[in-house]
Design a protein around this ligand. Structure first.
Ligand SMILES: NC(=O)c1ccc[n+]([C@@H]2O[C@H](COP(=O)([O-])OP(=O)(O)OC[C@H]3O[C@@H](n4cnc5c(N)ncnc54)[C@H](OP(=O)(O)O)[C@@H]3O)[C@@H](O)[C@H]2O)c1
Length: 347
C-alpha cells in the first residue's frame, strides 16, 4: 500500500525523495488484522494537525519509535473485519483517530474503538475525517471542562486555525458571545461570515484595546473563558481581559512560547487554569472522548457545525501540506484526501 513514512526526525516541508525525513512508500506492508476484533479501514481522508508537524520535527510531547507512519484522525470505509467483529461490515463508513498511522491507504483499529464513530448517512466523509482532533479538543475543552454557558464571553486565540475555528463554532452552538483573534483579512472575513460577535485582526493593532471597547459597547464585564492554542505574548495580553472566576483553557503553544500565568493573580481573581491534552483522555477518560465525538458527528449531520477546509492535498503532496501549516496558511483544516468523491484513489 502507499504510505508516508517518517524515517528520521527532520523537516517535513522539504520536497520528498528517498533520503528526506518523510518518504512516500508505494510498497508498504498492509497492516494485518491483528486480533479477531480488528477492523481494517480504507482511509478516505486524514487531517493534518499542527501536532503531526511537531512530531516529525521531534518537538512533540510524545515520541514514536522510528520509522513510523504519522497521522492521527481519519475517515474511511471498512475494508475487512476480524472473525469476531459483530458491529461492523465491509463498506461501513467510520471516522476515528490513532496515535500514529493514518497517512496511509489502510489502517487497523479495534472494533471497540470505532463503535461510536459510525459516520451518519449524508455526512461528508472528508469533513468527518477533520473532526476528531480539532473539534474533539474544542468540544472537550469548552463543553466538558469550561462548561461554557449561553451568554458567557468566550475569547478564542488563533481563531482561524484548526482548533481555533472549531472552538469558535462550538462557542456559538453553546450560545456564548464569541470574540475571535486572528491575523489578516482573509481569516477575519471568514470569522465574520460565521457570525462571530467580534473579530480582532492582529495586523491592525492591539487585542486588549479592541476587546475592551467591544465589551463596553455590549455592557459586558469581561471574558469568562479564554481558549488558548497560541501562548506567548497574546496570552499575557488576554489575561488583562479576564473576569473574576474566568476559566483559562491551555490548548497549545503555536507561537512557540509557553506563557506564564501568575498564580497570585489567579488567586485574587479566582481563575481556574485547565491544561487540556485531548489525546490523553483516550487512556484516562475514554468515555468523554467517545461521548464528545459522537455528539460532534450528530452536530455535523444536523448542520450545527461545518468543517472549513482551506487546503486539500494527496499523500504525495504531504510536504506542501506541512509547509502550509508552517507558514500559517491553514484556515480551518488542511486535509490529505486519498479518495475522490466516487471512491477512486487520488494517490
Ligand atoms: N491540547 C490538545 O490536545 C491539542 C489538540 C490539538 C491541537 N493542539 C495545539 O494547538 C495549537 C494549534 O493547533 P492547530 O492544529 O489549530 O494549528 P493551526 O491550524 O496551524 O493554527 C494555529 C494558529 O495559531 C496562530 N499562530 C500564532 N503564532 C503562530 C506561529 N508562530 N506559528 C504558527 N501559528 C501561529 C495562527 O493564527 P494567526 O496566523 O491568525 O495568528 C494559526 O492560525 C498547536 O500548538 C497544537 O499542538 C493541542
Amino acid at each position: 500500500m502507499e504510505a508516508l513514512v517518517c524515517r528520521e526526525i527532520g523537516d517535513p516541508t522539504v520536497r520528498m525523495s528517498d533520503s528526506t525525513p518523510l518518504v512516500l512508500s508505494s510498497s508498504h506492508p498492509v497492516p494485518e488484522l491483528s486480533s479477531p476484533t480488528a477492523v481494517r479501514v480504507r482511509v478516505w481522508a486524514t487531517s493534518l494537525n499542527y501536532a503531526n508537524y511537531l512530531q516529525i520535527l521531534g518537538k512533540y510531547q510524545e515520541k514514536s519509535p522510528l520509522p513510523f507512519i504519522p497521522g492521527s484522525d481519519y475517515s474511511g470505509v471498512v475494508e475487512s473485519v476480524g472473525e469476531s467483529v459483530s458491529r461492523f461490515r465491509v463498506g461501513d463508513k467510520v471516522c476515528s483517530f490513532a496515535a500514529i498511522g493514518s497517512f496511509a491507504e489502510l489502517i487497523v483499529a479495534d472494533e471497540k474503538d470505532l463503535e461510536r464513530f459510525m459516520v451518519p448517512d449524508g455526512c461528508d466523509l472528508v469533513a468527518a475525517g477533520a473532526l476528531p482532533v480539532a473539534f474533539g479538543t474544542s468540544h472537550v475543552a469548552l463543553v466538558h471542562r469550561a462548561q461554557l454557558k449561553a451568554g458567557q464571553v468566550l475569547l478564542v486565540l488563533g481563531a482561524a486555525g484548526g482548533v481555533g475555528l472549531s472552538a469558535v463554532q462550538i462557542g456559538k452552538v453553546c450560545g456564548a458571545v464569541v470574540i475571535a483573534v486572528a491575523r489578516g483579512s482573509e481569516k477575519v472575513k471568514l470569522l465574520q461570515s460565521m457570525g462571530v460577535d467580534q473579530v480582532v485582526d492582529l495586523t491592525e493593532g492591539n487585542v486588549t484595546e479592541n476587546v475592551k471597547q467591544f465589551l463596553k459597547s455590549r455592557r459586558l464585564k469581561g471574558v469568562d473563558v479564554l481558549y488558548d492554542p497560541v501562548g506567548g505574548k497574546l496570552t499575557k495580553e488576554s489575561m488583562k481581559l479576564l473576569n473574576w472566576g474566568a476559566k483559562i483553557l491551555v490548548i497549545g503553544f503555536a507561537s512557540g512560547e509557553v506563557p506564564v500565568i501568575p498564580a497570585n493573580i489567579a488567586l485574587v481573581k479566582n481563575w481556574t487554569v485547565h491544561g487540556l491534552y485531548w489525546g490523553s483522555h483516550k487512556v484516562h477518560q475514554p468515555e468523554i472522548l467517545e461521548d464528545s465525538l459522537s455528539e460532534l458527528l450528530s452536530w455535523l449531520s444536523m448542520g450545527l457545525i461545518t468543517v472549513h477546509i482551506s487546503h486539500s492535498f494527496s499523500l504525495s503532496q504531504a510536504n506542501v501540506a506541512f509547509a502550509a501549516i508552517k507558514e500559517r496558511k491553514a484556515i480551518g483544516k488542511i486535509m490529505i484526501v486519498l479518495r475522490d468523491s466516487s471512491g477512486r484513489s487520488r494517490l
